[in-house]
Design a protein around this ligand. Sequence first.
Ligand SMILES: C[S@@+](CC[C@H](N)C(=O)[O-])C[C@H]1O[C@@H](n2cnc3c(N)ncnc32)[C@H](O)[C@@H]1O
Length: 265
Amino acid sequence: MGKRNYYDTIANIYDQTRWLTDSVAEEVADFIVDFVNASPETSFLEPGVGTGLNVLPLVRRGYAVTGIDVSQEMLDQFSQKFPQAPQNLSLIHGDASQLPFPDQSFDVVLTVHMVHTVSHWKIFLDEIDRVLKPGGFYLNAQWITPPARREFEQYFRAILAKYEQLQESKSVDKVIEDINVEEYFNHKGYQSTYVVAKKWAVSNTIEELLSCFKMRAYGLCWRVTDEIFEQAMKELEEFCDQHYESSETQLSSEAKFEIWAYTSS
Ligand SMILES: C[S@@+](CC[C@H](N)C(=O)[O-])C[C@H]1O[C@@H](n2cnc3c(N)ncnc32)[C@H](O)[C@@H]1O
């Protein structure tokens, strides 16, 4: 666990550079509680819990929540959200591919932007299947980059691509394509459903988006050396000067909290 990952580096700016607000997270929690028909005894596990954006409302409501993450810095950001460690929250620094829990420990396992980050996704899903109680729910969720932000990001990707040509590593998008969670769980006899827990509007000025990129808040910003990154940022700023009326121009679009839900019988 000694190796620093990219999330260690961005932990202190993670929440401010994402778009899941506290109020949206509360509404998503309402949806989840209802969807899994939670009782006060329902237990939740979020592997790759990060700064706790998704499960914070569940902790506040008194549910037993366990979070595991390889990044101690991300976990620290989560812990700092409470004046005192809540008794119903357990945070573990560890690799989610080896969940340190007995079989059938949790009623609900939630992963958000997570499956593509583990080294061996099938081993990880085996672990989820193992720790879920019979009749439990696995909720594989994402609140992907809203379209307007995505389009802005594509401009930066295009600039970076010129510098990245020599690199042969798979992009994250490609890795996601190779993972078939649905097939895996259907094969194990789970029932699957797709639901949108919440849609909401996200608006940012060009200046705000540029500042997120300057902070290197996203994985793509770390694919190149510091020097190349600075050069690419200069190009992005020049592009923005030419492409948008002003740095106060707002880019708006709709975000979605999507869940692929799997239930065992
Ligand atoms: C994209 S972030 C998502 C964080 C949180 N789920 C959210 O939606 O805001 C991915 C998280 O998974 C963690 N992570 C990546 N690989 C992991 C692994 N093998 N075991 C545990 N955590 C891991 C990272 O440290 C990071 O906090």
